[in-house]
Write a protein that binds this ligand. Sequence first.
Ligand SMILES: Cc1ncc(COP(=O)(O)O)c(C=O)c1O
Length: 482
Amino acid sequence: MQNETPLIFELSREGRRGYDAPDSSVQAVGPGLSPELRRKSPPRLPEVSENTVVRHYTNLSVRNHHIDRDFYPLGSCTMKYNPRVNEQIASLPGFASLHPLQPAITAQGALEVMFRLGEALKEVTGLDAVTLQPAAGAQGELTALLMFRAYLTGQGGPRRKIIIPDSAHGTNPASIRVAGYEVVELPSGGDGLLDVEALKRILDEEVAALMLTNPNTLGLFETRIEEIISLVHGIGGLVYMDGANLNAMLGICRPGEMGFDACHINLHKTFSTPHGGGGPGSGPVLVKKHLEPFLPSPVVCRHGERFELDWDRPDSIGHVHTFFGNFGVHVRALAYILSMGQEGMREISETAIVNANYLRAKLSTEFELPFGSPCMHEVVLSGDRQKARGVRTADMAKRLLDYGMHPPTVYFPLIVHEALMIEPTESESKETLDEFIEVMRQINKDSLENPDLLKTAPHTTPVRRLDEAAAARMLDIRYYKD
Ligand SMILES: Cc1ncc(COP(=O)(O)O)c(C=O)c1O
């Protein structure tokens, strides 16, 4: 691999071709595109051979870290292996070549996929109704809060405030503001869980809802869920579960049975869509019966053998995504669920939990463990001990790159000093986990014996340590050098 990969435009040589299309044997019909719509000059594209294109993009792909290269324990992101077979199924021409404006009668198979996925997600969450439209977890949150607003308005008024714990993911307060509510932040208790006594003190009739992540972003399961939910319901409010961490719950417990009114699921974390790289995601929202009338339209429904789109929904909050959401992600999710089956789903979560607790037990000798209780699918450690030696969590994260591993999430959740949030996922072997443990132990040793090695890392990556402020503010993302 070249260390300095040139731009594809620098590889361009006039007249060089990658592919020649045969002359068309089809006669032109009619005048075609009107002259004012036609471009005046050919587009400026690189002229390169197929060989060059393939090598160029292969080289670029291995410069970046991805799950196919090595371990990627990015906490909160669930970067797990997604079976290739689901990719193949999503690319079948019957799915990939559908047009979203096709009449429903000609797209029965696609509607059936969406219908069956919705039914499966209802089963997984124990909730009653579903929309697959939202394109991400954050959009799912907003969709649900707009439904809460519509429901509460019908009950006498939308109310003013929504409560979140201080461990919440940043998308939660953002969704609350966009939905027109005030954010009320609740400090977590000393055990990292929601402080129920503090919650009681701030609950009043202006509270529209509580948003709670379970397991929370500290990797801990909220144990007093039923009590919390009945307190919020007691003042006429609603309770939302941020279900981004569902990878810890599959087949074990269900938000609907805990009493939540709604939750979203990140299909791109839990159900087999490669996460990261900004590709399409999907954040379906599941709700209890009383919120069903407000679901975005259309809703896919079944009449006998036929699948239809129900647009006639007078109380719907409207459309939240073009067409029906990111359909390719729906196909992957259904393929994954069907291939795993009920038993397999439970095994996913159990293995994810065991893997995270294995790392927790092995690493808590060298690293600070801010909360003592067993964790769910991710573990949050603190780099405070190393910081006292002058080595920051960021330095350790950079050093991990030298070992070919992606660093964990760092400095989140915000309430843990020098946080290292590690999510191994169920798809990593014991050998990989042991290798990671060894590397982390070596990094800890170096923080005592050779701290400069960490402070100047990474040393073996194509790009060395960047000035982070300049890298974010002085982007060089040109296609052309001139
Ligand atoms: C706990 C939690 N909530 C919400 C989200 C938002 O999901 P998305 O990135 O799909 O918008 C995430 C994403 O990382 C998350 O970890």
